[in-house]
Design a protein. Sequence first.
Lengths: 410, 312
Amino acid sequence: MKTLIKSALIHDPNSTHHGKRRDVLLDKGIIAQIGTGLADPKAKLIEGNGLMVTAGWIDLKANFCDPGVEYKEDLTSGMAAASRGGFRKVVLMPSTWPVIDSKATVEYILRNATHPQVEVMVAGSLSDKMEGKQLSEMYDMHSAGAIAFTDDKKNVGTELMSRALEYAKNFGGLIMSFPYEKSLSPHGQMNEGAVSVSLGMKGIPHVSEEMRVQRDLELLRYHGGRLHFMLISTSKSVELIRKAKKEGLQVTCSIAAHQLSFLDEDLRTFDSNYKVLPPFRTKEERKALIAGIKDGTIDAICSDHTPEDIEHKVREFEDAEFGISSIETAFPSAWTALSPHMDIADVIPLFTSGPAKILGISQPSISEGNPASITAFTPTETTAFSKDTWKSKSYNSPFLGKTLNGKVMF
Amino acid sequence: MLSVKHLLGIKDLTREDIELIFSQADEFKEVLSRPIKKVPSLRDITVANLFFENSTRTRLSFELAEKRLSADVVNFAASSSSVKKGETLVDTVNNILAMKVDMVVMRHASPGAGIFLSRHINASIVNAGDGTHEHPTQALLDAYSIREKLGSVKGKKIVIVGDITHSRVAISNIYCLQKLGAEVMVCGPTTLIPKHITSLGVKVSHNLREALEWCDVANMLRIQLERQDAGVRYFPTLREYSLQFGLDKKLLDSLSKKIVIMHPGPINRGVEITSDVADSDQSIILDQVENGVAIRMAVIYLLAQRIEKRVN
């Protein structure tokens, strides 16, 4: 089917149309025509105030729970949700059942994930079965198309991280780390601070993240290699990574979009929709994250999409799982939080060139004949999120019932 | 009338609420001294005591309070229940409510369990302890006992000694005593005092003698080894704990003034306090237990006034 995007500001430094208002006609997955005054009676029309077109957005971290836990999400519903969120490429975590730790499981995902607009990429596990013991067959998975390696949010011991960083250098593999030393707060529920004390909840201290950032940076300094921190949440983590980058280490980092939207204060109602890992921190930490985005220390914003069904989420806080079904809200929530501080032109790279660079992939420019891997949206309109229009199978989101700035149009 | 529909935590109460509960408890305390210790006030109310965590004394105290108000009472304990079979809390409670229960008294291991439940069910809820969050009736009976012994709580200095990190009694007590105008200090080993506790406006001490010299009342909490996570213990042995933070008669008698000794029970004799301290004339431990029934009667009676079928 043809799609005609009318009068959109093209934002793509690699395109000759950059900074110009154009009509863009898409046909069979290709940018068929770019011009002004285009018309096509058969095309689906996309119009809106302040419409913009950018290179297709990339999500560095999502869980579609397929294979194994399809009642929370599957490849089809996950891609529909990703598409609604404006994402054209999504990196799926290996936390499925079975774990994505072999060529066969990588191929299962790549073969079954078909969507006209969304391309799925796979992160293979770092360790066999994600047990944290022996290396997985990283090279074989790499050859089958795995784009990075991670044990998602599972604990990675020092020996394993060291070995993985060193081993992945063989083939230039990217290691994605979730910095979290769980043994310091095995039952931690939320940010450790004044709020956790008053709620009687077990806290997760900053240090449990920062000591892991520090450890992994030391290992990177020792071995070399490519290291990406998927989710950080504290000012000191930002500072450590800022210094490491200055030093010339090949390190990058991203944050979850919702990390910018909420604070530990929001947990006062014991609503488990606010239970996330890393936890929502304080105003000061959030300020440091925004500063880290502004100065380029933080390279990308991801969704950390974590669908959870009622059985696992709508229950007593301590028993509820961590995470938000967030791929549909990622951009609007980030834009809502960042628009007081930044121009849209500075936010776009966090969803486009930033993640592309981390993954080491190139994005085709917005030019006639190139693949239609583009996102159309408007920063000036708003999106109201409700269950009626929700695409994910899971409703664990504090944004349901709320209206956010920005609207994804294609 | 109370400003709240449920008693989920002291945090939600106003000073006026607390004073209303106290004056109601005064009346019930008088009832409890009569030969027939019973009033017909709650003949139309059914209360379910849902204890998802072990408790003997709190459950007994609630049950007595309910019976002395003539409410119908059903008891439910988790060990013999469907909870172990994987039924969710909301389902379990809704099943019980389908049998037309008006009020739920709940103890649960998870902080905020009562608050969570209040969003999903219709009955009025009394929190009888939610994990390490709050234990509001304990705080009310503690403050009530101080008021009874010293005439008032306002301006008094109270130290809470022991495991603050794993205690719901401590948080509720801090809120309650502060609302009534008392000064609060917490005292215990550094590993058992939350790092950010001063954000609640309390003083902190790690020296028992210093804390006792400062206070008018010492509330000696039970050391609850069962609440601590598996892994490295927060202190090496009970013996060593008691060396630093145990209160014996010698220390009590050496203080420059006579202080009041409290304990929420059950006492580990020889750990938090020695027997001669527990049984001394400075101890009001048994008054606390007696007042517990009156306070719980007052809470249930006042919350029942807010139940819709009675309001209309």
